[in-house]
Design a protein around this ligand. Structure first.
Ligand code: PLP
Length: 399
């Protein structure tokens, strides 16, 4: 099976549409077919055509997606999974009891859960540190550390870690750096080019882009890592079906167009929210008030579609606010064309104990927005009417 060697262009926008995808040589079909087959005809015993013998192991629609993603991240290979967490699982399947992972301390809730509640039971150890602090990362690395694992921007506090600097620290001690690039996407940030060894994605978010499919991926350069991870992809079997692969391939074709509008809308709303009297703190890497704004400006093309803010009136007001929006739908997940709103403490991050949540700076009243690609004026008007409702509710409560 091919990898991303057939790069059609140096330019992202062209690769998004063409990498990994050739018109069908038999009938000229432009779009990669959805290969609904579990098995493949062999020419003689143990002689599969083009390497395909069983669809858990490989499927041509999945191959097209893997090659497309490898090209977008600037990697040599990609491996796709049935979810982002299945990709994280494959990464951890390489480890043995006694191995250790240094991870960021404000991770995606499900990542924290698979670390603590699944793999800790098998004797893998995890240390959580603030990966924006290089000294903290360095101090946490042990001889048995196998990965430094970070998310940038992180979720939901949008902390930005310096990927090249962390890569230097990890490599000085002979460790691999894994970056979850779900929030930024390869259009905004390419960790492999900044020194990371592996990139992880939840394809469920921006890469799928339409909130209609769940998937995950690992992308890298080292062929030895590819072999090991492909072994676990097949041996454990958390692979995507061909329809899922097709839907993500449809999504990646417009990634650059969508991301430009997500970023534009999010920046405009962040600037507007920063001036609202109801809001005590706006967290967006594109604001100069963001503590790592300079690093974000250096390693990202633009600042993403996610933003968080705190309502000065607290949790009650935040709950009313999040239940009062009309265009921003109250829901978990992110990265689709439609705008979503959620309260991390009670929804996506509820699996993190309250004390550790607060210790990490995740306030109970924090509101997270996944800013979609609707007209920005409609999004602003929606937030404005929700502010009025939250205000009316707390005014009644005072009386
Ligand atoms: C959603 C998400 C995941 C997990 O992906 P699933 O597709 O939901 O399994 C991992 N990391 C980040 C940053 C995510 O947003």
């Amino acid at each position: 099976m091919s990898t991303s060697s057939n790069a059609p262009s140096d330019r992202f926008e062209t690769r998004a549409i063409h990498a990994g995808q050739e018109p069908d040589p038999n009938n000229g079909a432009i779009m990669t077919p959805v290969y609904f087959t579990s098995t493949y005809k062999q020419d003689a015993p143990a002689q599969p055509r083009q390497g395909y013998e069983y669809s858990r192991t490989s499927n041509p629609t999945r191959t097209a997606l893997q090659d497309n993603l490898a090209s977008l991240e600037g990697g040599a290979w990609g491996l796709c999974f049935s979810s982002g967490l299945a990709a994280t699982n494959a990464l951890l399947d390489r480890l043995v009891p006694g191995d250790h992972v240094v991870a960021g301390h404000d991770l995606y809730g499900g990542t924290y859960r698979i670390f603590k509640r699944v793999f800790e039971r098998y004797g893998i150890r995890f240390t959580f540190v603030d990966t924006t602090q290089l000294a903290a990362v360095e101090a946490a690395i042990e001889p048995s550390t196998r990965y430094v694992y970070l998310e940038t921007p992180s979720n939901p506090l949008l902390r930005v870690s310096d990927i090249s600097a962390v890569a230097r620290v990890a490599h000085a001690k002979g460790k691999l750096l894994v970056v979850d690039n779900t929030f930024a996407t390869p259009f905004l940030q390419r960790p492999l080019e900044l020194g990371a060894d592996l990139v992880l994605h939840s394809l469920t978010k921006y890469l799928g882009g339409h909130s209609d499919v769940v998937g995950g991926a690992l992308i890298g350069n080292d062929p030895k890592l590819q072999g090991e991870l492909a072994f676990f992809q097949n041996a454990v079997g958390g692979t995507p079906g061909p329809m899922d692969a097709f839907l993500v391939l449809r999504g990646t074709k417009t990634l650059h167009l969508r991301m430009e509008r997500h970023c534009e809308n999010a920046l405009a709303l962040a600037q507007w929210l920063a001036k609202r009297p109801e809001v005590s703190n706006v967290i967006y890497p594109g604001l100069s008030s963001h503590p790592q704004h300079a690093i974000a400006a250096r390693q990202m093309r633009a600042f993403g579609g996610m933003l968080s803010f705190e309502l000065a009136a607290g949790l009650e007001a935040a709950n009313t606010f999040a239940s009062s929006t009309r265009l921003f739908t109250l829901a978990e997940s992110l990265g689709g064309v439609e705008s979503l709103i959620e309260i991390p403490a009670s929804m996506t991050h509820a699996s993190i104990p309250a004390e550790s949540r607060r210790a990490q700076g995740l306030a109970d009243g924090l509101v997270r927005l996944s800013v979609g690609v609707e007209h920005v004026d409609d999004l602003r008007d929606d937030l404005l009417q929700a502010f009025a409702k939250a205000h009316a509710r707390s005014a009644r409560a005072v009386r």
